[in-house]
Design a protein around this ligand. Sequence first.
Ligand code: ZN
Length: 115
Amino acid sequence: MFLGMGPLELVLIVVVVLVIFGPKNLPKIGSALGKTVKNVRKGMEEGKEELEEKASDDSPVHAHDEEDVEVVEDEDDADAPEDADEPVFCSKCGTKNAADADFCSKCGAKLPSSK
Ligand SMILES: [Zn+2]
Protein backbone atom coordinates (compact mmCIF):
# COMPACT_ATOMS: atom_id res chain seq x y z
CA MET A 1 0.00 0.00 0.00
CA PHE A 2 0.84 3.68 0.12
CA LEU A 3 4.20 4.11 1.94
CA GLY A 4 3.73 0.74 3.62
CA MET A 5 0.61 1.84 5.51
CA GLY A 6 -2.49 -0.28 5.94
CA PRO A 7 -5.93 0.76 4.60
CA LEU A 8 -7.24 1.60 8.07
CA GLU A 9 -4.40 4.03 8.72
CA LEU A 10 -4.97 5.71 5.35
CA VAL A 11 -8.70 6.13 6.05
CA LEU A 12 -7.93 7.57 9.47
CA ILE A 13 -5.53 10.11 8.00
CA VAL A 14 -7.97 11.11 5.26
CA VAL A 15 -10.75 11.60 7.83
CA VAL A 16 -8.52 13.70 10.07
CA VAL A 17 -7.37 15.81 7.12
CA LEU A 18 -10.96 16.33 5.95
CA VAL A 19 -12.01 17.43 9.43
CA ILE A 20 -9.10 19.84 9.81
CA PHE A 21 -8.87 21.38 6.32
CA GLY A 22 -12.28 20.65 4.72
CA PRO A 23 -13.02 18.83 1.43
CA LYS A 24 -12.24 21.85 -0.81
CA ASN A 25 -8.53 21.86 0.03
CA LEU A 26 -8.13 18.11 -0.42
CA PRO A 27 -6.31 18.23 -3.81
CA LYS A 28 -3.63 20.55 -2.39
CA ILE A 29 -3.23 18.39 0.67
CA GLY A 30 -2.89 15.20 -1.39
CA SER A 31 0.52 16.20 -2.76
CA ALA A 32 1.79 17.23 0.68
CA LEU A 33 0.40 14.15 2.41
CA GLY A 34 3.26 11.91 1.36
CA LYS A 35 5.87 14.25 2.84
CA THR A 36 3.84 14.66 6.02
CA VAL A 37 3.53 10.91 6.60
CA LYS A 38 7.25 10.48 6.05
CA ASN A 39 8.08 13.23 8.55
CA VAL A 40 5.67 11.88 11.16
CA ARG A 41 7.09 8.38 10.94
CA LYS A 42 10.64 9.70 11.13
CA GLY A 43 9.73 11.83 14.14
CA MET A 44 8.15 8.88 15.95
CA GLU A 45 11.26 6.75 15.48
CA GLU A 46 13.51 9.55 16.73
CA GLY A 47 11.22 10.08 19.73
CA LYS A 48 11.49 6.42 20.70
CA GLU A 49 15.28 6.55 20.59
CA GLU A 50 15.33 9.66 22.77
CA LEU A 51 13.05 8.06 25.37
CA GLU A 52 15.26 4.97 25.58
CA GLU A 53 18.37 7.10 26.02
CA LYS A 54 16.76 9.12 28.81
CA ALA A 55 15.61 5.98 30.64
CA SER A 56 19.10 4.48 30.67
CA ASP A 57 20.63 7.77 31.82
CA ASP A 58 18.23 8.26 34.75
CA SER A 59 18.33 4.83 36.41
CA PRO A 60 21.96 4.83 37.66
CA VAL A 61 21.53 8.26 39.29
CA HIS A 62 18.49 7.12 41.31
CA ALA A 63 20.22 3.93 42.48
CA HIS A 64 23.24 5.94 43.67
CA ASP A 65 21.11 8.33 45.76
CA GLU A 66 19.29 5.48 47.52
CA GLU A 67 22.58 3.76 48.41
CA ASP A 68 23.94 6.87 50.15
CA VAL A 69 20.85 7.25 52.36
CA GLU A 70 20.93 3.60 53.47
CA VAL A 71 24.61 3.78 54.50
CA VAL A 72 23.95 6.75 56.82
CA GLU A 73 21.02 4.98 58.51
CA ASP A 74 23.07 1.83 59.14
CA GLU A 75 25.80 3.78 60.97
CA ASP A 76 23.24 5.29 63.39
CA ASP A 77 21.72 1.90 64.23
CA ALA A 78 25.10 0.24 64.90
CA ASP A 79 26.07 2.63 67.75
CA ALA A 80 23.64 1.51 70.49
CA PRO A 81 24.35 -2.19 71.16
CA GLU A 82 28.16 -2.06 70.87
CA ASP A 83 29.20 -0.72 74.34
CA ALA A 84 26.67 -2.59 76.51
CA ASP A 85 29.34 -4.57 78.35
CA GLU A 86 30.49 -2.70 81.49
CA PRO A 87 27.93 -1.61 84.10
CA VAL A 88 27.96 2.01 85.28
CA PHE A 89 28.04 2.75 89.02
CA CYS A 90 26.32 5.84 90.34
CA SER A 91 28.83 8.36 91.78
CA LYS A 92 26.33 9.47 94.49
CA CYS A 93 24.72 6.27 95.81
CA GLY A 94 26.88 3.54 94.23
CA THR A 95 23.98 1.74 92.58
CA LYS A 96 24.92 -0.47 89.65
CA ASN A 97 23.19 0.69 86.46
CA ALA A 98 23.06 -0.66 82.94
CA ALA A 99 25.85 0.53 80.68
CA ASP A 100 23.50 2.38 78.33
CA ALA A 101 21.64 4.14 81.18
CA ASP A 102 22.04 7.92 81.31
CA PHE A 103 20.65 8.38 84.85
CA CYS A 104 20.84 6.33 88.05
CA SER A 105 17.83 4.05 88.49
CA LYS A 106 17.78 4.66 92.29
CA CYS A 107 18.57 8.35 92.89
CA GLY A 108 18.23 9.78 89.38
CA ALA A 109 21.71 11.34 89.29
CA LYS A 110 23.36 11.74 85.92
CA LEU A 111 25.71 8.84 85.27
CA PRO A 112 29.22 9.23 83.81
CA SER A 113 29.24 8.12 80.21
CA SER A 114 32.08 6.19 78.64
CA LYS A 115 30.98 7.28 75.15
ZN1 ZN B 1 22.38 6.94 92.36
